[in-house]
Ligand binder design. Sequence first.
Ligand code: R5P
Length: 350
Amino acid sequence: MPAMPDDETVANMHTYNLPSHEITEVTEIVAPPCLISGSANQELAQAVAQRLGYTLLDRRIEQFPDGETYVRVGNSVRGRDAYIIQPTCAPVNDNLFELLLLLDTLRRASAGRLTAIIPYYGYARQDRKFIGREPISAKLVANLLAAAGASRIVAIDLHSPAIQGFFDIGMDHLTAIPLLADYLRRAVPRDSVIVSPDTGGVKRADLYARLLDLPIAILHKRRANAREVEMAAVIGDIRGKRPIIVDDIIATGGTIRQAVDTLVREGARPEVRVVATHGLFSGDAVAQLVHPAIAEIVVTDTVPIAERARAGLPALHIVSVAELLANAIHRLHSGLSLSALFARDGAPPI
Ligand code: R5P
């Protein structure tokens, strides 16, 4: 049973905008936490800060003429736990290095615990050696983050959940799937079927299917090369049904395009919804995804959605993860469980 906080702690909690109903679960607050954004997704960071009632720390991020990154934090952070929001999306190397520099800056400025909030964790696809003489990039990034001073990582829908094990520091793997399912639940016809575009995504598809109480189908995907995929088989009943393709990432759109073509060819209704956590929309993704059978594309704002996608994809809907991240930061800082964030009435636990 946690001890009741004293009057000073309660006063601090009000100062830091912590809800009063959780007062009994917090025992001690030393210095106010702080929130800082890299340059990758400032809109999301701002939305998170607003929900928490925090002001983002002042910081300068500039490029030297030779391309090196310069970082300076404008406020004192001594003794304050810091939460750094930076997805490692494109430009991936710049954003990753900026995050490392922010961590190093805060550590050297004597901040308390450093939590890197990485809504989209780049370099996740190379999570093992597929053939000889390759790096394991996802592990290298994990090592770099820890070496730069992170004591905890928070990520959303990692490409491979096994990446959690690459960290010997705290790692909280959040999911946006319940949020996306909440959005779908409002409008999904009962003759829909959840489709995984590859066998690697079956667990993800199963979670959507359970949350939405829908059947599931699986496409077997073969990658021709790094840029092209080919669909080989459909497992499950999709004939006459409205497919909802669920994936973690939309990058070039090649996987989705192939999946839609395959489903329609195999007898699904040409009214396909596409749902993914991370809408990278790289290369000519927009051209790939303008397809007469795609009724809607739903992604989150873990990465900033490129203007060309906003303008070029008329049926694009963006679900924000700001509330999820604000709640996660609040609960982490207050020593509260994160599982409650994913509970849904009547749904099995995640
Ligand atoms: C692959 O395993 C992932 O889950 C996505 O299907 C893939 O990253 C999407 O890439 P693209 O849009 O380039 O086909």
